[in-house]
Every structure is written in C-alpha cells, then in structure tokens.
Design a protein around this ligand. Structure first.
Ligand code: SAM
Length: 236
C-alpha cells in the first residue's frame, strides 16, 4: 500500500520508522511519503492560512497550497465526475466527519493508495474537499467526539489501525481475529505467567487445558465486559 500525508508538521510522522509499521516500510509492505504543505507556497513567509470569509475567530487553511500539494501526490486523477474506483482515497481527519471504526480500518486496509490531509487552525477551505470529491473518493473521518489541535494525531491513529490489517504486517494473523471490535465485542481479559501474582490468581479455567471451557469462559467475559463498558455495541 502507498500512503501519502500532507501536513505542516512532517516531523510528527518520524515515529512511523518504529515498531511494526517501521518494519512494514522496510520490507516494502507500506510505502510512505510525508509532504510539507509549506513546500507548495510561493510567498516569503510560506503562508498556509488566512482569515475566514464571513468573519469569526481563528484562521482557515488556504486552498492554493492544498491544491498544489494534492495534485502532486495524486498526479493521475482524471476529470471531474470520473473518480476511479481503484484510485486513491483522500482522507481529511475532521471532528465533523464520520466516526473512525474497525470496519472503516478494514475497508481502508484493502485500498492501494491512501492520502491524508492534516488540517490545522479552523480547518481547510471547504472548496478543497469539494474539488477532490468530484475527482476521487474523499472521506472526512473523526477520531472521536472531541477536538484536537490538528489532524496529525488522528492520522497516526488511523495509519496504525489500518497498517496492522495489511497482510504480513502483524506476524501472526490469528492475533488479529480475536481482538476487541473484530466480532462486535470487547476482548476478554488476558493473563500470562506467573499463575499467582501478589494476592491475585489467574482464573483456574485458563490453567485447565480444557479448550472448550476456555472458549466459553472467554466468550462470557467478552459479553459481560461489553455489557458493562459499551452496552451500545450489543444488539438492542
Ligand atoms: N473548526 C473545526 C471544527 O469545529 O470542526 C475544528 C478544527 S481543529 C482545531 C483543527 C484540525 O484538527 C481539523 O481540521 C482536523 O484536521 C483535526 N481534528 C480535530 N479534532 C479531530 C477529531 N476529533 N478527529 C479527527 N481530526 C480532528
């Protein structure tokens, strides 16, 4: 998969050199480009924002640098109304977007090219979204019902969630199957050695060697935890 990120803070993404995603980049499973939006400005101050039409507090990101940057990372976009179903998916993190979920992560993990546009200030001029929505698939995605200073942290979270679903990134694919949100439930609690720690024992069923009983216990724990913490996930 190819991932391009446009941001005014490229350094935020240095951490993508680390851990499983760093290995995925080294092995070529993920090809990453991080682009500084200010490289697409033409004034001495490398300006990317201006005051909002209609007044109000804060600044809005200007369309011209965004247009130049996004044209550069998506050079093959065709004309208006001709979005290619296999072309790039352009994602703008936004608190006004659809809520990011494991299902969206799975959808995005099947794509060939993701482009992320990190907003700052009061966000990006709406015409940037409208222009590209007529030419490729565009999604506004929110990390949750709160407001961050910029899109970078949201994009990091999305790339981590999507990246680990790309075949080959996580060594043992079975470890992806039983996780929270994969089957609509939160995961059951996990334990490792020693079997007694301080005054706490591992639940005896996990030491029984009875795989049927262990599976039933885990399912029950997952149901109880989900009902307690996230009842909204259970069918009504
Ligand atoms: N004025 C915008 C609004 O009320 O919808 C919020 C702008 S916010 C201060 C600046 C940038 O942070 C946004 O353009 C977006 O890229 C990012 N951002 C903030 N909260 C986010 C969230 N919950 N999910 C994803 N991105 C977020």
């Amino acid at each position: 998969m190819r991932i391009d990120i446009v941001t005014i803070f490229p350094e935020f993404f240095d951490v993508l050199d680390l851990s499983l995603l760093g290995k995925a980049r080294q092995s070529g499973l993920i090809e990453l480009g991080v682009h500084n939006l200010r490289d697409y400005t033409h004034d001495r101050h490398r300006t990317v924002d201006d005051t909002p039409y209609g007044g109000g507090a804060g600044m809005v990101m200007k369309p011209e640098p965004w247009g130049e940057a996004l044209d550069a990372v998506m050079p093959d976009l065709v004309g208006e109304g001709e979005a290619d179903a296999r072309g790039p998916v352009l994602i703008f993190p936004s608190p006004a977007g659809e809520q990011f979920t494991q299902a969206i992560a799975r959808d995005l993990a099947a794509e060939r090219h993701l482009v992320f546009g990190c907003g700052r200030y009061e966000g990006i001029d709406q015409r940037v979204v409208d222009h590209y929505a007529a030419r490729t698939r565009v999604r506004l995605i929110s990390l949750g019902d709160y407001v961050l200073n910029g899109g970078e942290v949201a994009v990091m979270a999305m790339i981590e969630a999507v990246g680990r679903l790309i075949p080959g990134v996580v060594g043992n694919p079975e470890s992806l199957v039983e996780e929270s949100h994969e089957d609509g439930l939160l995961e059951y609690p996990s334990y490792t050695k020693p079997s007694a720690w301080r005054d706490l024992e591992v639940p005896p069923v996990l030491l029984s060697g009875n795989h049927g009983a262990i599976a039933a216990w885990r399912r029950q724990q997952a149901l109880e935890r989900t009902a307690r913490v996230r009842p909204d996930l259970l069918p009504g």
